[in-house]
Write a protein that binds this ligand. Structure first.
Ligand SMILES: [Zn+2]
Length: 343
C-alpha cells in the first residue's frame, strides 16, 4: 500500500521525474545536485576537489558524486536525462577538451567529456562556471525575464558571463566573457593571466586585501593595522565601522569596477548587470562609487537604463545554469556547436 502511495506521489509530481545531474567543479569544492525542469535542486552532494596532478582522479571524484545523486533520485522514481558540469576553465566546444583551468591545472588540455562518457550513458555538457552562473541568474535568479545581461562574480578572481538576447555568448573559441581581464589600469598591477591592470586585480576579494595592505603606511591610524591575517570581510566590517583606509579600499574597488561597467554598457547595452561572489558582500561600500563612475563614462541612455543588482542564486548559480543548458539541449533548443558539446 505504501509503495502504491509513493508511486502516485511521484506521478503527480511530474516535473520532478526528469532530472539533470549538475556538477560545480571548483578549485576547492566539488558540488553536485539533481535539478528538475522548474529549477529546483535536490540531492545535494559536497566534497573537496582532490588535490592531484592526475586528471583521472578528478574524473573519479565527479563520477562518485554523480552516483550519489543518481542513487538518491532513482530511489524516488526519478529518471536522469543528462550530466552537466560547470568548471573553472574554457571548454573547447567540438572536442570537449578543457583549456585554461588555472585552479585545477591537471585538467588543462584534458578530454574531460570523453573521459566522463566512458562512465555514464547520458549526454554530457561542459560549461565555464562564470558563463553557467549567468545562465542560472537569468533562469532562477536576479535576471528572470531579462534577455540581455552581464553577470560578474567577484570572488578570488573576477568571473564574467554575457547573455545576448537570451543566448549565452561563448565567442569563437568558448573564451568570451572574461570580464575580469578587461584592462582598467594601463600601467597597473600584473595579473595571473599575464596581462596588466586587469579588473580582477582591482575588484576581487584578493584585490581588496592587497589594496588594504598597500594603504597601511598611508593610514597609520587604521584599525586594520591590528589584524594579522586580513580578509576582504575584515576590510568590509572595518569600513562599516568607519575606518578610513577600509572605506578608501572599497571606493577604489568601486571606481575600477565602474570603469569596467562603463565599457560593458557602451559595448553591449545590457538591460541588467548582475554582481555576485564573496566580494559583492561589500556592496554598500562600493556600489555607489561604481555607479558614479559608470554614469560619468558611459553614454547616458544605456547608462541610465541599466539595472545593477546583486546576484540571487548564491552558490547554486552555476549548478542551475548548467542544468538549464542541459534542459535546453534535451528540448533541442540549441544547435550547432552546443550540440557538439553534448554529443
Ligand atoms: Zn588578467
Amino acid at each position: 500500500m505504501r509503495k502504491k502511495d509513493e508511486r502516485l506521489r511521484v506521478v503527480k509530481d511530474d516535473e520532478a521525474r526528469e532530472l539533470v545531474i549538475a556538477v560545480d567543479l571548483g578549485g576547492t569544492n566539488l558540488r553536485a545536485a539533481t535539478v528538475d525542469p522548474r529549477g529546483r535542486t535536490h540531492d545535494h552532494v559536497k566534497h573537496h576537489t582532490p588535490r592531484t596532478d592526475d586528471a583521472g582522479q578528478i574524473v573519479q571524484a565527479i563520477i562518485a558524486a554523480v552516483r550519489e545523486c543518481e542513487q538518491r533520485s532513482t530511489a524516488r522514481g526519478a529518471r536522469i536525462r543528462a550530466l552537466a558540469i560547470a568548471l573553472p576553465g574554457t571548454v573547447e566546444a567540438t572536442s570537449g577538451v578543457v583549456m585554461n583551468a588555472p585552479n585545477i591545472p591537471c585538467i588543462n588540455g584534458f578530454r574531460l567529456r570523453a573521459a566522463l562518457m566512458g562512465d555514464v550513458s547520458w549526454p554530457v555538457l561542459l560549461e565555464n562556471d562564470a558563463n553557467a552562473a549567468a545562465v542560472g541568474e537569468m533562469w532562477q535568479g536576479a535576471a528572470r525575464e531579462r534577455r540581455t545581461i552581464v553577470c560578474l562574480t567577484l570572488g578570488t578572481g573576477v568571473g564574467g558571463g554575457i547573455i545576448l538576447d537570451g543566448k549565452l555568448w561563448r565567442g569563437a573559441d568558448g573564451a568570451a566573457g572574461e570580464i575580469g581581464h578587461m584592462s582598467v589600469e594601463p600601467f597597473g598591477h600584473a595579473c595571473n593571466c599575464g596581462g596588466r591592470g586587469c579588473l580582477e586585480v582591482y575588484a576581487s576579494a584578493t584585490a581588496v586585501v592587497r589594496m588594504a595592505h598597500e594603504g597601511l603606511t598611508r593610514y597609520p591610524g587604521s584599525t586594520l593595522r591590528a589584524l594579522t591575517q586580513l580578509t576582504a570581510k575584515d576590510v568590509y566590517e572595518h569600513g562599516l565601522a568607519g575606518d578610513e583606509l577600509a572605506r578608501e579600499v572599497f571606493r577604489r574597488m568601486g571606481q575600477y569596477l565602474g570603469i569596467g561597467l562603463a565599457s560593458l554598457v557602451n559595448l553591449l547595452n545590457p538591460e541588467m548587470i548582475v554582481i555576485g561572489g564573496g566580494a559583492a558582500n561589500g556592496w554598500d561600500l562600493f556600489i555607489e562609487h561604481a555607479r558614479q563612475e559608470l554614469l560619468s563614462r558611459a553614454f547616458p541612455v544605456p547608462a541610465q537604463r541599466v539595472e545593477i543588482v546583486r546576484a540571487a542564486c548564491g552558490d547554486d548559480a552555476g549548478l542551475l545554469g548548467v542544468a538549464h543548458l542541459a534542459f535546453e539541449f534535451l528540448r533541442g533548443e540549441i544547435s550547432g556547436t552546443e550540440e557538439a558539446v553534448a554529443l
